[in-house]
Design a protein around this ligand. Structure first.
Ligand SMILES: [Zn+2]
Length: 261
């Protein structure tokens, strides 16, 4: 009974984190039911082969492809690729290429860092904890940061890219405390998902972040861009595409979310 529970738990956790991991675990379990070490070695091999050699070729049947990385488009953490969380519809890749090439003209050497995107398969299958990332049309990217001389750098304050916030200063509207007071406890939950803080000395780059938002909203297929209200105010952005996502989501002062039609 205890073993059954553990196996079910493994399937659920692996599915939630990687989509394909739960099924691959079941295959390994059928092959090596009684041999734990062999089971996990088989799982690891099958998982790596599937993730890097099979899934990228099957995903296009579901209308999705991997994020195309270049010198100026990066996946922020390897875990995103390892967990199959880097799939989008082709239009998102077109936008990334277009925006990054214009952005590089203003800020040579700048990199767009992609965070969670979507899983490779099935519309309606969300990518936890982002419940809306379920159709290939959503992507989170990092904010931009500056060193103390005001130069934009490609480093980000947290390992995962999430959870280190650009908090509202005292005179700014504080949406975070409004949501927390209304009982939306999950609103700043991403503070537990940093996987470590690495560059504490970075400052939020208004000019870099404003520029990437401006380029994104100019793309006709981009329908919505989410960022926390105090940052939208601080960057003096007034555009109907750049809007507030509501208290049911998590706070967006550690990343930008955009989506296509
Ligand atoms: Zn998002």
């Amino acid at each position: 009974m205890g073993k059954l529970f553990l196996n079910v738990l493994c399937v659920i956790i692996l599915t939630v984190i990687t989509q394909i991991g739960g099924v691959i675990y079941l295959v390994a379990l059928l092959l090596y039911r009684k041999k734990t070490l062999k089971k996990w070695i088989t799982f690891s091999l099958l998982y790596l082969i599937s993730t890097f050699a099979i899934v990228p070729y099957v995903a296009p049947l579901f209308g999705r492809e991997k994020i195309k990385t270049t010198d100026s488009i990066k996946i922020h953490t390897f875990f995103t690729s390892l967990a199959n969380r880097n799939y989008v519809v082709p239009e998102v890749n077109n936008i990334l290429i277009s925006v990054s090439s214009t952005l590089s003209k203003t800020y040579p050497g700048i990199e767009i860092h992609c965070l969670d995107a979507n899983f490779p398969f099935f519309n309606g299958f969300p990518l936890p904890p982002h419940l809306s990332h379920k159709d290939g049309k959503k992507l989170d990217i990092s904010l931009f940061y500056e060193d103390d001389k005001g130069n934009i750098v490609n480093d980000k304050p947290s390992v995962s890219g999430y959870g280190v916030f650009v908090n509202p200063v005292s005179e700014e509207y504080n949406q975070i405390s409004v949501c927390k007071e209304k009982g939306y406890w999950q609103y700043d939950f991403s503070k537990y998902l940093t996987l470590g803080t690495v560059h504490r000395d970075l400052n939020f780059s208004e000019k870099g972040t404003r520029k990437v938002i401006q380029l994104l909203r100019q793309e006709s297929s981009v329908s919505k861009i989410f960022i926390e209200p105090h940052l939208r105010e601080r960057m003096k952005i007034k555009h109907p595409k750049v809007r507030y996502h509501g208290c049911r989501a998590v706070r967006h002062d550690d990343h930008i979310h955009f989506q296509v039609r």
